[in-house]
Design a protein around this ligand. Structure first.
Ligand code: NAD
Ligand code: TYD
Length: 340
């Protein structure tokens, strides 16, 4: 099988490429990545020399390039996206260009070249606030940030290609991932690396908003099962571990695991439109495709924290230059608020 993975230099994409190359010794993988601030070839160390792996630097919104690559592949898995909610609030344009238009370019090439499967990596953010019950696949989409709205556009565009042209699309909506090589502007790696640097952990609002957290390898396993399952075209699958934690619970856990004081928590002005709860019902994935998460949150967090402790070079290189400007822009003006 020859697979086009887009966004393979990012967090989940790079973990997925490593997972697949290890598991399927005869599969060929092409990684198309624009190498934005979040794309990092250091995430693929040890993979570059693999004869089954090819890297192409480029944009998923580049019609010529995408057509040229897709004509030779069997399957497309679209991870490429602008992914950070906070950045989408301050500057949404790239989210629309990549997440919506870029996905359209990939779908159109997939339709023309009649590829065998197109997996759209969507997100549980498309549901908006879960409210009292974890979101189900047929719940209405009520995205609350420009990121979530762009992903919802891509998600439904992918579905429309199945409904209209029978392009064999499958859509996944996963909850928050954590693990190795996650860019340290997302909550868990930000808190872990700040704690390691003895810097404050910026908790938004009262810290009570919750997310359902999944270890990235469990997500990779779910995508692998979806890739190899027949008869699921046009379907949407939620992916999640059912481990709901508040921001504050995670900040406390990280500080506790690193033997640091919880005085390092700094409550800051909330994110506009901040979703109170993201959680998904994964009954469909469990019953139809027999997938189950295998890494408990405590184990996954121990592994993750260990990885950031042992790979200081990886994140210290990122947390310099442009990142420091970003940090100042994002957190410098944020009002401090009363702590618990
Ligand atoms: P990431 O920000 O770490 O990586 C995104 C990658 O996409 C980067 O390598 C970047 O260079 C690349 N990219 C961006 N624009 C591009 C373009 N125009 N053309 C080609 N490449 C481009 O993101 P991630 O956390 O690994 O997320 C991957 C996918 O999974 C995204 O589609 C995201 O919406 C989805 N997702 C993420 C989570 C999560 O918790 N991280 C949860 C559910 C779904
Ligand atoms: P994030 O990692 O940005 O993922 P998402 O918004 O896509 O769920 O944020 C996860 C949670 O952590 C979310 O409730 C916002 C919160 N958060 C903070 O409290 N402080 C921070 O500095 C960041 C980046 C996030």
């Amino acid at each position: 099988m020859k697979i086009l993975i887009t966004g393979g230099a990012g967090f989940i994409g790079s973990n997925y490429i490593k997972y697949m190359l290890k598991r399927y010794l005869d599969y060929k993988i092409v990684n198309l990545d624009k190498l934005t601030y979040a794309g990092n070839l250091d995430n693929l160390r040890g993979v570059e020399g693999n004869k089954n792996y090819t890297f192409v630097k480029g944009d998923i919104a580049d019609t010529m390039l995408v057509g040229d690559i897709i004509k030779d592949v069997d399957v497309v898995i679209n991870f490429a996206a602008e992914t950070h909610v906070d950045r989408s609030i301050s500057d949404p344009a790239d989210f629309i260009k990549t997440d919506v238009y870029g996905t359209y370019v990939l779908l159109e090439a997939a339709r023309i070249h009649e590829i065998e499967r197109f997996i759209q990596i969507s997100t549980d953010e498309v549901y908006g606030d879960a409210g009292d019950e974890p979101s189900k696949e047929d719940d209405p989409l009520m995205p609350r940030s420009p990121y979530a709205a762009s992903k919802a556009g891509a998600d439904r565009l992918a579905f429309s290609f199945w409904a209209t042209y029978k392009t064999p699309v499958v859509i996944t909506r996963c909850t928050n991932n954590y693990g190795y090589n996650q860019y340290p502007e997302k909550m868990i790696p930000l808190f872990v690396t700040n704690a390691l640097e003895d810097k404050p952990l910026p908790v938004y609002g009262d810290g009570k908003n919750t997310r359902d957290w999944i270890f990235v390898e469990d997500h990779c396993h779910a995508i692998d099962i979806i890739l190899h399952s027949d008869g699921i075209q046009g379907e949407v699958f939620n992916i999640g571990s059912g481990t709901e934690k508040s921001i504050l619970e995670i900040a406390d856990m990280i500080l506790d695991m690193l033997g640091k004081s919880n005085e390092m928590i700094e409550f800051v002005e909330d994110r506009p439109g901040h979703v109170k709860r993201h959680a998904v019902n994964t009954e469909k994935l469990r019953s139809v495709l027999d997938w189950h998460p295998s890494i408990a949150f405590q184990t996954g967090m121990e592994r993750t924290i260990e990885w950031y402790k042992e790979n200081k070079g990886w994140w210290q290189k990122i947390k310099s230059g442009e990142y420091l400007e970003y940090y100042k822009r994002m957190y410098g003006k944020r009002r401090r608020i009363e702590s618990r």
